[in-house]
Design a protein around this ligand. Structure first.
Ligand code: COA
Length: 265
């Protein structure tokens, strides 16, 4: 495991084929400082190129918060232009997580508020501790969620529920989030949400990387383009898998009644 510092406040651990990134700012409830955003972006760019990372789990230190959003203490000292630059940083540094060719799971170990929920919304899958609460309180701070929250939340829970959360500043419990489809899974009280995420990801660890990347790409198109365009893009994503060695290996393994060994080619 690599330790964190003020300049790079994320602990990085490799667990089998999975990278676990822990935002290590418990005293600020893992809020997103400038250096936290830069570290996340740099890790995501590196992970995209690293064949030994098959999926990524993002979590927060401690059990109080996954991430309490913008670092409001850092923000208090910022000029309007500084805040504009910070907003650009959210987009440039969380973008590589949202576009990751490998699955990214938010292991929501506590509060996911504001930018913290927006970070979780950049992930492909969300798994939450039973005590976690999720919310976008920005309008109560005189702003709006602008790290993707007004766009990604309605795509996941629908516009009415998104407006309820954003306008009323309502925090939803893990159970409600599960019912709304905002999280995929809630772990039982006392269970480690990171351990549960790692266990859950097992099929990804043994699966075919090209097919997984192509599937992520194809599904991500579904929310962005009209159906006919999405179907055309799906065909292009399929083509990447069609010419792969892993596709032939899966067929050979099926015929030989053995487990396939995928090499990512
Ligand atoms: N930025 C900077 N510091 C933060 C922070 C944030 N977003 N959220 C919490 N902290 C700090 C607190 O100031 C406090 O520091 P202190 O000990 O120096 O006073 C410390 O973290 C613990 O906070 P506390 O509120 O006592 O913890 P809690 O576990 O009872 O509650 C939260 C956790 C996340 C529910 C609560 O801290 C909170 O609501 N934070 C603000 C969330 C928010 O509005 N985010 C911005 C969205 S734009």
């Amino acid at each position: 495991m690599t330790g964190s510092s003020d300049d790079f406040p994320i602990r990085v651990e490799q667990r089998g084929p999975f990278a676990v990134w822990t935002i290590d700012r418990e005293d600020r409830r893992n809020a997103l400082s400038r250096s936290t955003l830069l570290a996340l972006g740099s890790l995501a760019r590196d992970a995209a190129q690293n064949p030994s990372v098959r999926a990524i789990v993002i979590t927060g230190a401690g059990d109080k918060a996954f991430c309490a959003g913008a670092d409001l203490k850092e923000r208090a000292a910022m000029t309007e232009n500084d805040v504009r630059a910070q907003l650009d940083l959210y987009r440039s540094e969380l973008g590589p997580i949202a576009r990751s060719p490998k699955p990214v799971v938010a292991a929501i170990n506590g509060h996911a508020l504001g930018g913290g929920l927006e970070l979780a919304l950049c992930c492909d899958l969300r798994i939450a501790a039973a005590h976690a609460e999720l919310g976008l309180p920005e309008t109560s701070l005189g702003i709006i969620p602008a790290a993707g929250g007004t766009q990604r939340l309605p795509r996941v829970v629908g516009p009415a529920r998104a407006k309820e959360m954003i306008l009323l500043g309502r925090r939803v419990s893990a159970g409600e989030a599960l019912a709304w489809g905002l999280v995929n899974k809630v772990v039982t009280a006392g269970e480690s949400v990171v351990d549960a995420a790692i266990e859950w990801l097992a099929p990804v660890g043994g699966g075919a990387p090209i097919a997984q990347a192509a599937a992520l790409e194809a599904v991500d198109h579904a929310e962005a383009v009209p159906l006919e365009v999405g179907l055309a893009l799906e065909k292009l994503s399929y083509e990447r898998t069609l010419v792969s060695e892993d596709r032939r290996e899966a067929l050979a393994a099926f015929v030989a009644k053995r487990k396939p060994v995928f090499v990512g080619k």
